[in-house]
Design a protein around this ligand. Structure first.
Ligand SMILES: O=C([O-])CC(=O)C(=O)O
Ligand SMILES: [Mg+2]
Length: 645
């Protein structure tokens, strides 16, 4: 192990590279030791490399001799170029974190998931990295490793075992994990993501092995900045954070919600190409109101009821402030699976000061709007010709409703206050109508239209006569036979979206939707369903999941150096996704493109989001790249193994 001065990593490895004051390094010949170090020890994806790893000639042997330093070409100052950790500016009475960056070799290289290649280390690498004898003689390709892992994973019958095998691999060999996930995305998405990730969160305490992500609990109040600095990676570009209060449709899972940020960020890399080392999963633990967990001896979180009110707001504020202080203005914070009240409050509070995105409100809205735009091919007319009814008026329901109203307003030039009248929502107390306005939470009020009260969903369907029915209630089995039949009596091609996750909370199954509509429904769901054969015809359900949107959306923000999210970016992301549905997909009845093309889809979404950001003056990476799709593709992380010198 060789310790090197960490300052050599201060240069900006972000994909927004060329706007960085460090971009000159790329073209300059670097001190050889830095070059060697960067090759051996860092995760370099295409387009994100500022240190030119090919130009150096120094060997690892030479690196043993001393510390590497970066020389600032302008000032000539050596070392401590960016005092990211505050060590140089700290006075003697202030504690600092003793960071060390080391080059792994031998046994520790095999135990380092970022660089381990297992049996794929070639003879030369085994020789020069002290691996001889630590591996059996055979050398295999990454392709063979993928084949073997898939074989092993398929041998597990229980989805949770498959999940654990995938998490194990991520901890053992990160590149192989991403290669596996990318090459088998349709098969493995339901394992690392919904529905299996939901079960994993429920049982997180008992399957807990090695900690993943960063845990920030009430105990860390007053020192969140220090906790952030404990994370080993410094160039973070995206954080996914949850407080575990509403995990999918499964409710309050407290600290065990960590499975969600970990899973979402795996998709940021696999689907959107953001480097794994730039992703940081965080769970904020303010307690849980889940009695079962509080009494579970394997529970991993704080054993107390949830903090709320001022105590909650103060912790979150300290967190948001520390994040910006540590990572700068362009760090993307994605809120995930917060309960309704906090989700809306946080988005409103930090939307103007931070680069924040709520996946459940905004990501879901964008993906559903995309599905509706393409569903018009089957149902006919434009969005303005349709009437929308929701079951569920929380984050997803009101988020989608608003984006639909905005899109119709954009298409027709009718003010959004008017277009909202095309959209109706039912919550646990029935149809949201003006007579209930006083008692409604603020995010439901725009949807309180003039109508007599209606309590049952089926009655609301018969009265409102929607062409589109959307389930965002988190409650399974709520689109009953009666409800689907009522939709089918009203419409030749009823559009039915059962969005709640995981599968157990889906408002109805694909089979139910197709059977009860006699094969006429245009159906999509939040969690995946198998194809259904109904009267000799195969129906392929779509997966209306925000996983189509957030990876490309986030990439677009990051690659353009965007500093704030704007609703128009959600609209262009939806349009970009809808534009990726091919005639061949339509011929199969699909309203979403298959996930197997997701990297290409994400590049198109990223390009449109970035273009909109430039247009709105919110992008800081200047000048804008000429071809944004190509640029997005060039920024994407590749999981292929690198050769070690
Ligand atoms: O995670 C998913 O599959 C979609 C999502 O954001 C949620 O249901 O909260
Ligand atoms: Mg979510």
């Amino acid at each position: 192990m060789y310790s090197l001065n960490r300052s050599c990593f201060m240069s900006n490895t972000s994909i927004t590279g060329s706007s960085s004051p460090f971009s000159n390094y790329q073209r300059r010949r670097l001190p050889a030791k830095v070059v060697a170090l960067s090759t051996a020890n860092r995760d370099h994806s295409n387009g994100s490399v500022l240190l030119d790893t090919r130009s150096g000639t120094t060997t690892l042997q030479e690196m043993r001799d001393g510390y590497a330093e970066v020389v600032d070409p302008k000032s000539g100052v050596t070392g401590g170029v960016q005092d990211v950790y505050g060590e140089d500016t700290a006075t003697e009475d202030q504690p600092v974190t003793p960071w060390a960056v080391s080059v792994a070799s031998g046994y520790s290289l095999l135990r380092d998931p970022h660089h381990n290649k297992g049996l794929a280390f070639n003879e030369k690498e085994r020789d020069s990295h002290y691996l001889c004898g630590l591996l059996p003689p055979t050398v295999v390709s990454q392709e063979i490793q993928v084949k073997k892992m898939m074989h092993n994973i398929r041998n597990y019958q229980v989805p949770l075992q498959r999940y654990m095998a995938m998490m194990d691999l991520q901890e053992r060999n990160q590149r192989l994990f991403y290669k596996l996930l990318m090459d088998n995305v349709e098969e493995l998405l339901p394992i690392v993501y919904t529905p299996t990730v939901g079960e994993a969160c429920q049982k997180y305490g008992s399957i807990f092995n090695r900690p993943q992500g960063l845990f920030i609990s009430l105990k860390e109040k007053g020192k969140i900045l220090e906790v952030l600095r404990n994370w080993p990676e410094k160039n973070i570009q995206v954080i996914v954070v949850t407080d575990g209060e509403r995990i999918l449709g499964l409710g309050d899972l407290g600290c065990q919600g960590m499975g969600i940020p970990v899973g979402k960020l795996s998709l940021y890399t696999a689907l959107g190409g953001v480097r794994p080392s730039a992703c940081l999963p965080i769970t904020i633990d303010v307690g849980t109101n889940n009695e079962e967990l509080l009494n579970d001896e394997f529970y991993i979180g704080l054993r107390q009821k949830r903090a709320n009110g001022q105590e909650y707001a103060e912790l979150l504020h300290e967190f948001m402030t520390a994040v910006k202080q540590n990572y700068g203005e362009k760090i993307l914070v994605q809120f995930e699976d917060f309960a309704n009240h906090n989700a809306f409050n946080l988005l409103e509070k930090y939307g103007t000061t931070h680069l924040v995105f709520n996946d459940d409100i905004q990501g879901t809205a964008s993906v559903v709007l995309a599905g509706l735009i393409s569903a018009m091919k089957f149902a006919g007319g434009s969005l303005a010709d349709h009437t929308f009814l929701f079951l569920g008026a929380g984050e997803a329901g009101t988020g989608i409703a608003e984006l639909i109203a905005l899109e119709i307003s954009k298409q027709t030039n009718i003010p959004v206050e008017e277009t909202r009248k095309k959209v109706w929502l039912v919550d646990s107390k029935g149809l949201i109508v003006s007579s209930r306005a006083e008692s409604l939470q603020h995010f439901k009020r725009p949807w309180a239209h003039e109508h007599e009260p209606v309590t049952e969903l089926v009655d609301a369907v018969n009265k409102i006569k929607p062409t589109v029915l959307i389930g965002t209630s988190g409650q399974g089995k709520t689109f009953t036979k009666e409800v689907v039949e009522a939709m089918s009596a009203l419409n030749e091609k009823p559009i039915i979206l059962a969005l709640s996750n995981p599968t157990s909370q889906s408002e109805c199954t694909a089979e139910e939707a197709y059977t009860w509509s006699q094969g006429r429904a245009i159906f999509a769901s939040g969690s995946p369903f198998e194809s259904v054969e109904y009267e000799g015809k195969v129906h392929v359900p779509g997966q209306a999941n925000n996983a189509y949107i957030f990876p490309g959306f986030g990439l677009g923000l990051i690659m353009s150096g965007t500093i704030r999210v704007h609703d128009d970016m959600l609209l262009v992301a939806a349009e970009a996704l809808a534009a990726q549905v091919s005639q061949e997909n339509f011929d199969k009845g699909l309203i979403y493109p298959p996930f197997k093309n997701i990297r290409k889809i994400s590049a198109h979404i990223a390009a449109k989001v970035a273009a909109k950001s430039y247009e709105l003056g919110l992008a800081t990476r200047l000048p804008p790249p000429k071809d944004l799709v190509k640029y997005a593709e060039s920024c994407m992380y590749s999981p292929s193994y690198r050769t070690y010198r």
